[in-house]
Structures are given as C-alpha cells and as structure tokens.
Design a protein around this ligand. Structure first.
Ligand code: SF4
Length: 363
C-alpha cells in the first residue's frame, strides 16, 4: 500500500523531467506510447513544439487539462536554458545556453536588414580540440560532443525566445562539426523533418576533417560545405590551423572535389585575414591558383581581434585597403569573392568570445 509520501507525483519529482524539444518524431511517438497514450498524441505535441514554438504544456489547448498535468509530471519542453543573452545594435542576438550537465555553449541569431531570412549559427561541441590559434573557442579546449537534441534545441530556443522563424542554419559556432559527424548528420535530418529547415539552407563548416567530409558526402544531402582554409601554404596553415598536420592541404582539396562530385553543391571557402600572417598578396595569388578548378565561392573574413586566455591580443585586423587588395587578387581565380559582412561587432560576436567573457565573470 502506498503511503502519503509515495504519491505518483512525489516519485516522479525525483526523476529528471524528459525534455521533448529537439526529439525526432519517432522519439516523440516512443515517448507517448511509453506513457500509455495513443500515437496520435505525438503528432499534436510535435506540431505544438515545432510549428507553434510552445514552451509549456499549458499552451497545448487541444489537450485536456488532465493530460497536460500528466505530461507536466514527467516531461518539459526546452532542453536548454538561456544563461545569457546579448542583443547588438544591428539586431544580432547572441545566446549562451546551459546544457543539462551545466556546461555552456553559444549560438547567434543573425538579422539582416536587407533580407527577410534569418540565420542561426549553432555549436556542435562544448569547446573544441582543433585549437586554431586565432579562435577564442580553441583556447577553451575540448569538453564533449553535443547530442543531436542539444543541437536542434539551440535553434528551437532561439525561435521561442525571439518569436522569429529561422530559415538558415550554419554549424559554425563552438566546435568542429565533423569531429561530431554522426550527431551532426542526425541533427540535419531532424532540421529537415521536424524543424522545417531544408538541407539546402544548412551549412556545415569544417577546419578540414577529411574523414568527416567523406562521411557527409556519403549521405548525399544538399548541404553546403564550408571549408575554413585560412592559408594556401602548408607552413602558415599548420601554424594557425594545427589539424593541417593530420590532413594536408592536398588531401583536403581532393576531398572537396569529391564532395562536389557527390553532392553537386558548390563549396564555400572561408579565409580569415590576419594582418601580416594571411593577408600577403602572394598568398592571395596562391589561393586563386589553388581554387581555380574547384566549384566554390570565397568568403574573406577580416579578423575580429580577440584576447587569448592570458589576455593577449595575438593577431590584428588588416586595413580596409589590404582587404580590398587581397580580394582583387583572389578574384583572378574566376570565383565570386566576398568580404564578410560584420554582425554584432558591438557585442562579443566572434566564435567563443561571449563564452570567454561569461567564464571570466563566473570565476
Ligand atoms: S575556428 Fe572552429 S575548428 Fe578552429 S578552434 Fe575555433 S571552433 Fe575549433
């Protein structure tokens, strides 16, 4: 016989609530069946979470009061908590999300005045093992991979908080997505099937993990692959993107050609302009030569100075003149070359920056 202390709600209170946002439809179906509910309830809940951005069960007006109470006793909607939010003058919103184990990742919502579409930049890992010397996340070191649900709920949390519909997602926040390739692939399918963002509107950015590029190509999804090349010569690239020692530039270029052949998707080449390191005219020429046969666009990123853990700013941003000169030479490749539009420069919008500032305030 149950005592007063052993009522079902007390027993459940000890168990963590199951977060539903970020789950796939089959996972939601499994959840409702395990609760002893008919399968069609999964469809209703799925629609409330992904189409109507519900944050609580109380919003689910086509479920009875009793059912909502029952759901509340075992589940909740968001998986992540917003630990911090910064809003830039240009509308960019930068979020720090607390994961279920208390770790923090960051995501950014980019708003463009000249476009209706909104892009979110999501993290795929806590920290990063690659250790690019110009990157704030690289200074944090690697902590762990994110699950597909944790990746998806970043997008859902942003949509719930901002009330805006995201149309593009870039996997370009903390972490190297292709060192977490299986969870990233799972999240791409869920972005498509549940969140409603087609693969053509997704970009996966890599520092050059060749096995990951091959694995992604096998799925034959129309996802854009962005390669953070950052230097055309091995010596400079090894210095600033240490992963180059593992997968050399020649192997990387072969993998990019194969990716295009498999998916028919033009590659985006990201190139960070560091004054006196990667902005020399000879490098622009070498870049143009290297890329002339690849189906790609080139995106130049003038560096946003960031302090390392010792508080030292190691690299500088090239002058506007140097940026434009580099662009003109790179255009000899016959490719479209753009200098990236800056977002959120009045907030800590470079990858890893907000997390570092936040970490310092918590010390
Ligand atoms: S730039 Fe990307 S791959 Fe390099 S350390 Fe930063 S998060 Fe990792």
């Amino acid at each position: 016989m149950k005592t007063v202390e052993e009522t079902p709600s007390d027993t459940n209170a000890a168990k963590p609530l199951q977060a539903l946002s970020g789950l796939t439809f089959p996972e939601l179906e499994k959840f409702v069946v395990e609760m002893g509910l008919p399968k069609f309830r999964a469809k209703q809940i799925h629609s409330w979470i992904y189409a109507k951005y519900a944050e609580t069960f109380d919003e689910m007006s086509d479920l009875s009061f009793e059912l909502r109470e029952k759901l509340k006793s075992v589940a909740k909607i968001p998986l992540l908590e917003i630990a911090h939010l910064q809003v830039s003058r240009d509308g960019t919103r930068k979020y720090l999300f607390k994961l279920p184990d208390g770790k923090i990742v960051e995501s950014v919502l980019m708003v463009f005045q000249d476009r209706d579409s909104l892009s979110a930049c999501v993290s795929s890992q806590v920290g990063c093992a690659v250790g690019c010397t110009f990157c704030a996340t690289g200074y944090l070191g690697f902590k762990r991979n994110l699950t597909s649900q944790e990746i998806i709920d970043q997008v859902m949390c942003i949509q719930r908080e901002s009330g805006k519909r995201i149309s593009n997602v870039v996997y370009m926040g903390q972490g190297e997505p292709l060192l977490n390739v299986e969870n990233v692939i799972e999240s791409i399918y869920t972005m498509n099937e549940s969140v409603g963002i087609g693969a053509r509107h997704l970009t996966v950015s890599t520092s050059g993990v060749v096995p990951g590029i091959k694995r992604l190509a096998q799925e034959n999804l129309p996802v854009t692959l962005a390669l953070s090349l950052h230097a055309p010569d091995t010596q400079t690239r090894e210095e600033i993107v240490p992963i180059t020692t593992k997968w050399p530039i020649s192997e990387l270029m072969d993998a990019l050609h194969d990716y295009y052949d498999a998916t028919n998707r033009r590659i985006t080449i990201e190139y960070v302009l560091l004054a006196g390191v990667t902005d020399f005219p000879e490098q622009a020429k070498a870049l143009a030569d290297m890329l002339k046969d690849l189906h790609c666009n080139i995106n130049l990123i003038p560096f946003n100075p960031v302090e390392n853990l010792e508080g030292v700013v190691q690299y500088q941003r090239p002058s506007r003149d140097a940026q434009n000169k580099f662009k003109l030479i790179a255009e000899r490749s016959g490719k479209t070359v753009t200098i990236r539009l800056e977002r959120g420069t009045d907030i800590d919008a470079a990858c890893g920056q907000l997390h570092n500032v936040f970490a310092k305030t918590q010390e």
